[in-house]
Design a protein around this ligand. Structure first.
Ligand code: HEM
Length: 426
């Protein structure tokens, strides 16, 4: 009887996941997890809930209790997470492994692009994007990012009364930076901003709606069509000029959508939560305001401490193997808790606290291995430009209300705060 029940549950689970696969997938896929398994996504303010650290100390690779007979492992240790993320042969990112369909997701059925693709598809797609993310190509964006940041600060200064830093600062900066990166024409920027917002229903804790996703793809299809006729010098135009005949329109629109998915919500969350950390830590605020050399270590420590992408994409074991002393079977799902790994005490002293004087903290905030964030340097550029400019322009800025009044996202893969009202001061 128990066996039959488990077989029925497994079938139900796989049916559900097959339906889920038909939707465009992104990091929020993990929301199919039942309530009890969502502990790695829960926080107290900016900190992961203490249970995460307790579990890491006891069992850095442990089993999550899930229905449907699917074995899911939670990896909370730093070295163990690195091991899983680094084992490309042993783990797949392709959901087809879970739902038992044959073949990987094609780039057409997987508009998220890189994140859920395995080599060789992943290698081919990533190779198209990589040249656009080199420091040399990105450095041309640096003056544009400074302008974007300063324009936002001017707009904030002109506002009356308290300002919501999420809406006025954290959301527009990455959205406009991605416009620059992709080469979205100026006349389309308002459409793009609106699209970015609806695409994510940001900070509402909801998954992006299918309507918004298909609108996003339709929008990018249109941009790609225009760029085919007249390629600009942004990412899309450059790919069209250099590899136009190797890549289809739908695939290119999917890559652009993947860049938006990867780069918008993540950076916006970092900007808002980082500003909150600054508002709560006067010493760090003043150091950042007065000392240029404080910026890079501050940003690196903030990336580690906040780890806004709380878990990596699920990995599917292609073979039986042992990680952290645990026997993982072929077909098992492995979820790396990046926020757990980044506070692993084996990496240094008092990893739970925020210490911007920490020397080059190692962290997995951008992941590790072949899927490591392609936009890491762009994100750093944005953060390194935005925080110092904010504290220098508004040196007396303070929270309007207290941290207890703030609403944080509850169980989303990308952690964030819904609004951050501040008084700018004289
Ligand atoms: C602070 C901001 C950011 C954080 C914390 C972040 C974090 C991450 C993480 C953890 C992964 C790996 C997920 C995994 O292995 O399962 C990833 C992948 C990715 N990120 Fe980011 N990201 C950020 C900004 C950006 C930006 C600015 C872009 C592009 C404009 C971007 C584009 C991507 C893409 C396309 C991938 C998939 C890479 C692949 O699978 O090969 N991200 N990001």
């Amino acid at each position: 009887m128990a066996n039959l029940r488990s077989r029925v549950l497994t079938r139900l689970g796989r049916g559900y996941l097959t339906r889920l696969q038909k939707k465009p997938l992104d990091l929020s896929t993990l929301s199919f997890f039942p309530h009890s398994a969502l502990m790695p996504l829960r926080r107290d303010g900016v900190d992961p809930v203490p249970e995460l650290g307790v579990r890491r100390r006891r069992e850095p690779v442990s089993k999550l209790k899930l229905p449907f007979g699917i074995n899911v492992w939670l990896v909370t240790g730093y070295e163990e997470s690195k091991e899983v993320l680094g084992k490309v042969e042993e783990f797949s990112n392709d959901f087809a492994n879970l739902v038992g369909t044959s073949g990987g997701l094609s780039a057409d059925s997987n508009p998220g692009g890189l994140g859920m693709a395995d080599p060789p598809v992943h290698t081919r797609l990533r190779r198209l994007l990589t040249p656009e993310f080199t420091m040399r190509r990105l450095s041309r964006l640096a003056p544009r990012i400074d302008t974007i940041v300063n324009d936002r600060l001017d707009a904030m200064a002109a506002a009356d009364g308290p300002v919501d830093l999420v809406e006025a600062f954290a959301l527009p900066i990455p959205s406009l930076a991605i416009c620059e990166l992709l080469g979205v024409p100026y006349e389309d920027r308002e459409d793009f901003q609106r699209l970015s917002m609806t695409r994510f229903d940001l900070f509402a804790g909801a998954n992006p709606s299918l309507g918004a996703m298909s609108e996003s793809l339709a929008y990018f299809m249109d941009v790609v069509k225009k760029q085919r006729e007249n390629p600009g010098d942004g990412l899309l135009g450059m790919i069209i000029k250099d590899h136009g005949d190797e890549v289809g329109d739908r695939e290119l629109a999917g890559l652009a959508d993947g860049v938006l998915t990867g780069g918008f919500e993540t950076t916006a969350s970092m900007l808002a939560l980082g500003a909150l950390v600054l508002l709560e830590d006067r010493e760090a605020f003043e150091k950042l305001r007065d000392d240029d050399s404080a910026v890079n270590p501050f940003v690196e420590e903030l990336l580690r401490h906040l780890t806004v992408v709380q878990v990596a994409f699920p990995r599917f074991a292609r073979t039986d193997l042992v990680v952290g002393g645990k026997h993982i079977a072929k077909g098992d799902v492995v979820v790396c808790s990046l926020s757990g790994a980044n506070r692993d005490e084996s990496m240094g002293g008092d990893m739970e606290s925020f210490d911007p004087t920490r020397k080059s903290p190692s962290h997995l905030a951008f992941g590790y291995g072949i899927h490591r964030c392609i936009g890491a340097e762009l994100a750093r550029m944005e953060l390194r430009a935005a925080y110092p400019a904010l504290v220098r322009r508004f040196p007396s800025m303070r929270l309007h209300g207290t941290q207890a009044d703030l609403a944080f996202r509850k169980t989303s893969v990308v952690y964030g705060v819904e609004a951050l009202p501040v008084v700018l001061g004289g």
